[in-house]
Design a protein around this ligand. Structure first.
Ligand code: NAD
Length: 478
């Protein structure tokens, strides 16, 4: 199967009208491995016209047909996992095993939303009058513009495409510039599963140009972004001018509270492995660890041991636990965050630089810092990097206060064996999602999303598909 590297508009694979391209770089070797088109205004207009036409067809397609089509998309993605995984690794850097896991999670999105397509329930109500009949129905909102980041290049666009199509919308996706081809496999699966032309489209190119062009068009009825806070604010400004509804899945700064009654060995092992998954480039990755004073030293020691056991290398090597960062920009940001913390008095427990034996590639060693304090950038900004800052807390109240001292509110984690602590902490933490003795919490059947500056709207669960519908009230006088 050929690696898809063109845009997908109205059921066709196209280059840009002026032939312009952008490079795809392998972060493990820093070499260019491919190119993808850079869309022109004309290409974007074509995608908009396609999405408008596609929506007219798809909204008239019955829910059972939409459901069956989505299930076929999920099946094709699973069947093609072995072809897709190396492409994710090549352009994003994550180990092959993680890439395979991501593909299965993307297929789950289609399976889950195939069911949701048939469960977009309306309701009928009793009126004041016997000569009136009252109904509420939920209809597709219309063509969607979706923007997704590069850290999960297949899963994150799937989280938008599957519910949008389940609801009867069409969609134009703009994937992250570094990881376009991984996302194009979703277009290929939709095409082969029989999604009609124009319902699903992928355009690639310069982000600000594409977002401005699409959001300003009257064709687009809804915008959905997964990305950083800075880009979120930018897209919200554009949507405000056009008064368009928008869903925002933004960054996080997720805290972990480890209570003294926790299983220390399990907590340290689980937390360290979860922290460095995808090199810390996970929106719900733990970014701050608070350990109850009495167990702080043994926790730190075990956490460092596990961190040092992780093998850094090319994601294609089956022994690799941690691949390169996805871009030079990320590598430089990581170096700057560690420098800032160390300059302000943090102790470097392990890592803190590039691995000596890997001369090429955007590699950075998994890093653990202690003696961290609130003025360090690492405790304020979303790191999106393989850096674990570890601090302490005294009691439940102190722990919750420290955990909530952030503008973000995406995920939070607790390690405890005490039932009262479990409930008090999970209810007190300001986050859209809480994991208790578990840090792998994302799944298609649960609503994913944040509060505060982590955004609004939910993807997955029963909530996901609702984001792509509008409510209509119908009053019938007999
Ligand atoms: P980013 O914000 O730089 O990019 C995200 C998307 O926005 C990409 O498609 C990018 O091309 C596009 N973009 C960039 N500049 C733009 C502009 N001016 N106008 C329009 N679009 C623009 O994010 P990134 O560095 O690729 O990814 C990391 C961020 O995504 C982190 O903040 C992370 O927490 C967040 N994220 C959130 C979730 C979630 O579900 N909440 C999931 C994964 C990642």
């Amino acid at each position: 199967m050929e690696v898809p590297n063109r845009m997908y508009i109205e059921g066709e694979w196209v280059t840009s009208t002026d032939g312009a391209t952008m490079p795809i770089i392998d972060p493990a070797t820093e070499e260019q491995v491919d190119t993808v088109p850079r869309a022109t205004a004309e290409d974007l207009d074509r995608a908009l016209e396609a999405a408008e036409r596609g929506w007219r067809v798809w909204r008239e397609t019955d829910a059972w047909t939409r459901s069956n089509t989505l299930r076929r998309v999920g099946a094709l993605i699973r069947e093609r996992a072995e072809a897709i995984a190396p492409v994710i690794t090549e352009e994003q850097g994550k180990p092959l095993g993680e890439a395979r896991g991501e593909i299965m999670a993307a297929a789950d999105q289609f399976d889950w939303n195939a069911d949701e397509a048939r469960r977009i329930y309306g309701r009928s109500l009793e009126s004041h009058s016997r000569s009136e009949r009252l109904m509420v129905i939920h209809q597709p909102i219309g063509p969607v513009a979706a923007f997704s980041p590069g850290n999960f290049p297949v899963l994150l666009p799937a989280r938008k495409i599957a519910p949008a199509l389940a609801a009867g919308c069409s969609i134009i996706v703009k994937p992250a510039e570094e990881t376009v081809r991984s996302c194009l496999y979703l277009a290929q699966a939709c095409h082969d599963a029989g999604v009609p032309a124009g319902v699903m489209n992928v355009v690639t190119g310069e982000p600000a140009q594409i977002s401005t062009h699409l959001i300003r068009s009257p064709v687009i009825r809804k915008v959905s972004l997964t990305g950083s806070l800075a880009v979120g604010k930018e897209l919200m400004r554009l949507c405000a001018e056009e008064l368009k509804p928008v869903a925002m899945e933004l960054g996080g700064h997720s805290p972990v509270l480890v209570f003294e009654d926790a299983d220390l060995e399990f907590a340290a092992e689980t937390a360290a492995r979860a922290k460095f998954r995808n090199n810390g480039q996970v929106c719900i990755a733990a970014s701050r660890f608070y350990v109850q004073q009495s167990i702080a030293e043994p926790f730190l020691k075990r956490f460092v041991d596990v961190t040092q056991s992780l093998r850094v290398g090319n994601g294609r090597d089956p022994d690799t636990d941690v691949g390169p960062l996805c871009s030079r920009r990320r590598l430089e940001a990581t170096e700057a965050l560690v420098r800032d913390a160390v300059d302000k008095g943090a102790s470097l427990r392990t890592g803190g630089g590039r691995p000596r034996e890997l001369r090429k590639g955007f590699y950075y060693l998994p890093t653990v810092l202690s003696d961290v304090s609130a003025e360090m950038r690492i405790l304020q900004e979303e790191p999106f990097a393989p850096i674990a800052p570890i601090a302490t807390f005294n009691d439940l109240e102190d722990g919750i206060e420290k955990a909530n001292a952030s503008n973000y509110g995406l995920a939070a984690y607790i390690f405890t064996r005490d039932t009262a602590t479990l409930f008090r902490a999970s209810e007190g933490l300001e986050a859209g999602m809480v994991g208790v003795n578990n840090m792998v919490i994302a799944s298609a059947e649960m609503p994913f999303g944040g509060i505060k500056q982590s955004g609004f709207g939910r993807e997955g669960g029963a909530e996901g598909v609702k984001g792509y519908t509008v409510t209509k009230y119908i009053n019938v006088r007999l």
